[in-house]
Design a protein around this ligand. Sequence first.
Ligand SMILES: [Zn+2]
Length: 511
Amino acid sequence: MFMKLNLASSTTTKRLCILKKTIDDVAAKIDRREKLFHSTVWRTPSCHLSNRMLLKILLGFLCGVGASAAENDTAQQGPPPLLLVSFDGFRADYLQRFPMPNLKLLYSQGVLVEQLTNVFITKTFPNHYSLVTGLYAESHGILASNMYDPVSHKHFHIGNDTDPMWWNEAQPIWVTALDSGYKTAAMMWPGSEVTFRNRTATHFLPYNSRVTFQERLGNVTNWMLGDGKEQGAMFAALYWEEPDRSGHMFGPDNTTAMSKALKEVDDNVGLLISELKRTGLWGRINILVTSDHGMAQCSADRLIRLDDCLHPNNYTLVDLTPVAALIPKNDPEAVFALLKQCNTHMTAYLKKAIPDRLHYRNNERIQQIILIADEGWTIVQRGNKLPRLGDHGYDNSLSSMHPFLAATGPSFRKNYQISSLQSVDIYPLMCHLLSVPPQPNNGTLNQARCLLTAETCWNVPLMISLVVGVLLVLTTITVLFRLLSHRRPSGPRPFQRLQVDDDDDDDPLLE
Ligand SMILES: [Zn+2]
């Protein structure tokens, strides 16, 4: 699809340039005619001149923009390798609240998307799989941290997640890129140790929290460099579990604790930059630094107790907070009615009524009733114990749930920012950067292409329509002006036309 877009763009550029040349030629001919018949022209020549000039300027500009993009396309011999890094639970506004000098250095030499609208539910596994598939959770099938599959009757929990059955509804990019002849790598990214139709990334290591960031990074750079005999990985994904762990433990409002956690994250970004420079990869590869979700402050004063509303014998609990998934045991409508009025800070939905905007309905693993807590509220079954001071999973329209995206490398603009992007758009962007045909996905390249140096944000069909529109308006004005001028009562016309034709041998009156 993207090759077609590039081709279309290149063809449009050529057509614009041909059109401009044609107009230049025609304009030159008209100039010659006007010089010849200058004495007969009593209309306003400056009007035609300005129309033509405007059109030439517009077409010249479009031709120049397109030619520049085409030159950049052809100048590049094969795509640069791509490194995708996720710092789990990096809430977008941490960038404003904390210094982060290394991360700011990285995106000052590239681009920043201030907020990514991630997918519902705003949990780690659904969002990490969305980043590498471009799909909403209902489409890739990793719907929560705890799932029940009614077909296989299997249960999914973090820590018991490597059964390929759960992951095989969507093909991750580290498998897709293999089909383009690339080596790929995934370091502890959720789902990367699971086989997808008997395939994994060329290189991967299963999750192990005791492996330091530096050790993970060292492996990734070795995989990207290759060893002389084996080609380096063209795509690599690297996962790190902070600042999510500190966010849960202390809550995002604990400035002292989060400052320390984010200083460590920024130090790791510094390690990333220095290791890429040491190995010669810096400046040669494209780097995306992002996250899966944000974090909200929770409180023991904001608990929703399910036991206050109905007895637990009435349902089977699949997942609890901040999005609970329940299977009612008896009368689903009666259970739903009790849950619906359980707490003003919790919204209950029957599966069929889950709002379209959440893209969280069309999958068998979504249970018959889901409950969504308001921001900062925690669902428990009973008691007064708050499980975590910070949590995520809430509605993905909340800015506290949004992560960010920073990127740098030869394909990206320098010192450029946009305010928002959909996280499902990152997958088509990565496929474009790698020249890999994307799998069907929920994303689009329309907005993400603005981040790239070789692309223009201009909508070429719109610009062509604009030029044609301006041309039509100018032509209409000119025609109207001429018609009105012809109807204008006038005195005796000068007879220059007869003077020009004085030596016309065909004039019978002169015979
Ligand atoms: Zn996470």
